[in-house]
Ligand binder design. Structure first.
Ligand code: GDP
Ligand code: FE
Ligand code: FE
Ligand code: FE
Length: 193
């Protein structure tokens, strides 16, 4: 049960707002991220209500149109360089503004965790680290090393952030796609030995 008035409604009401914004498949992913995020929160002594709300809303904007994101970047006077990116970057960084404006969630730690959930950041709170990891290791994720990095997230959260960033960066470079500068800052802060 939510008791902190971060969201003006119950968990069930928030779930229904998120469900209405997403495909069935992505909604199921969101519920799995919430489960993993609250387990990590319990492990790392982070408030489970914050973890639940951040997880339930992290991909809220993922299915919005490019035009919606570009309009929001302009409306909220976000960094105009964002115009050059795409859904992968926008759904977190710009999506947080939609979570704020449409769901009425103003908690800055939660909004920053949403902003950072795809690319990380050089400064990440424990809540941000938890959401970044929960998205990566939720129970349906399957890739080489997933069992090891799941265990690492419960043993050394910061090291697991570094592991994810190094592996995602290697994967993206293998595809020769553009790297968001924030992703490189995350790597330099969390992955370098
Ligand atoms: P999802 O929303 O649950 O699917 O997961 P994420 O929000 O974590 O990631 C969305 C996508 O963005 C994934 O395919 C990542 O590999 C990709 N991604 C992460 N960082 C970067 C980056 O720096 N550049 C590009 N081009 N893609 C990235
Ligand atoms: Fe995402
Ligand atoms: Fe992720
Ligand atoms: Fe996700």
């Amino acid at each position: 049960v939510y008791t902190k008035n971060i969201y003006n409604g119950s968990r069930e009401e928030l779930i229904n707002e998120v469900k209405a914004a997403l495909s069935a498949k992505r909604f199921q992913h969101v519920l799995r991220v919430e489960k993993m995020a609250t387990e990590l929160a319990d492990c790392w002594q982070v408030d489970e209500e914050l973890a639940s709300i951040a997880a339930l809303t992290h991909d809220y904007a993922k299915e919005r149109s490019d035009a919606d994101f570009l309009a929001k970047i302009s409306e909220k006077k976000l960094d105009p360089n964002l115009n050059n990116w795409g859904n992968n970057v926008w759904h977190g960084v710009v999506g947080a503004e939609m979570v704020k404006d449409e769901l009425g969630i103003y908690h800055e730690d939660i909004l920053n965790a949403i902003r950072q959930h795809t690319t990380g950041g050089s400064a990440m709170t424990k809540l941000s680290q938890i959401l970044y990891m929960a998205d990566y290791i939720e129970e349906a994720r399957d890739f080489p090393g997933v069992t090891e990095v799941r265990a690492l997230a419960f043993k050394d959260l910061g090291a697991s952030v570094g592991w994810q960033t190094a592996h995602t960066l290697a994967y993206l470079m293998g595809k020769q796609v553009r790297i968001y500068p924030g992703t490189l800052l995350t790597y330099n802060t969390w992955s370098v030995k």
